[in-house]
Structure formats: structure tokens, C-alpha cells
Design a protein around this ligand. Sequence first.
Ligand SMILES: [Zn+2]
Length: 236
Amino acid sequence: MHEKMNLLKELQEIDQEISSIEATHKGYQTELSGFDTETGRVQAMLDELNEELEALKQDEAQLQQALLKERDNIKKVEGRLPEIQTQKEYVAVLKEIDMAKKANKELDEQLQAKLQEIATLEQDQQEKQTELSAIAEKADARGAELGELLAESEKALKQRKETRKSVAEDVPAPLLRKYQTLFKRRAGLALALARNGACLGCNMQLPPQQFNSLLRVTELQTCPHCNRLLYVEQEV
Ligand SMILES: [Zn+2]
């Protein structure tokens, strides 16, 4: 029994290492893909801003055009002033100029508001671009590190898996299956030390008879509460 139990202990140690390396490896991968996610998120906002800006600039161009036309119109009407003959005509032209100027003023206000909107969005655009380059810079620096770490953990994983294979080969198949099921079901702890009459895997008391027989009998025993394979500390 001691020999089998020692093999299982060795196996559990390797399996715990493998789990830990796999978790670390996954963490590196998550961190690495996080840069892509972050870039995508900011890029999407930037794309939206660009689209909005394009629409605003089209509005601006239209307003500029309308304003030019209105200014032209004022000049044209004002040009008629020297040729006016009657008071009535004079009043009518003045009224026309006044209306054109009002229209002009309204257009100008709309244009100023549009320009303000554009300036605000352009500032947002600048900020997003800065954010993007910051992410890219970080991804470059950390990405290289992560690449190395990933390669290292892959190498370590390969090594451990080879060792595991050679240890597992010496464990009888039914026992290996039992151990593997327990390892998964009991969160990486298939074996439990029994001490002072209790299973340290689940901290429950073992039947006194079972504990006593553990000290003597050469068969493998399982805890009646958590089902873990029990072992006792070897007397030196
Ligand atoms: Zn137990």
C-alpha cells in the first residue's frame, strides 16, 4: 500500500502543478486577448465619432454655401439702392435688405453652433486616438513579455505531462481512474491525510475502527464522508 500511495502522492503533486501552470497560462492568454478587446472597444467609439464628424462637416459645408448665397443676395439688393427713384421703392428695398440680413444672421448662428459641435467632437477624437496609441504601446511592450511567458509555461507544462505519464504508468488502472475522478471532483485534492482520528480532507471524524486499521492494514481506504483516499504519516 505504501508504494501505491507514494506513487499517488507524487501524481497528485504533479497534477496540482499542472493545474497551476494551466491556470497561469490561461491568465496570460486572457491578458493578451484583453489588448485586442480594448483596442476594438476604443476603435469602435472612434469609428462612430468619425462618422458623426463627417455628417457634421457636410452640414457645415451646406451652411457655408447658404451663407455665401445670402451675402451675395444682400450685396445684390444693396447694389440697387443708388438707382432707386421713389420713396416707396426705397422702403421696399430696405425691408428686403433687413430680411436678408436677418436670414444671414440666423445662418451664421447655425454655423457657429455647428463649428462648436465639430470642435468638441474633434477633441473627443483626439482623446480616443491618444487612448488607442497608449493601448498599442502597452500591448507591444507587455505582448512581447507575455509571448515569452506563454512559451515558458507551455514548455513547463509539456515537461510535467511527460513526468506525469511515466508516474501514472506504474499505478494500477482502476486505482488511477478512481484517483482521477476524485482529483476532478475534489478540486485537486484526491488524497487526504488522516490524523488524530480525522480525515484532513473534509475535517470529519473517521470511525475509530477505520482509523486504527489505517495504521496497520495494507489496503487503500477511502474517507466515508468525502470519499478521498486516506493515508497516514509514515513512522520513521
Ligand atoms: Zn474526508
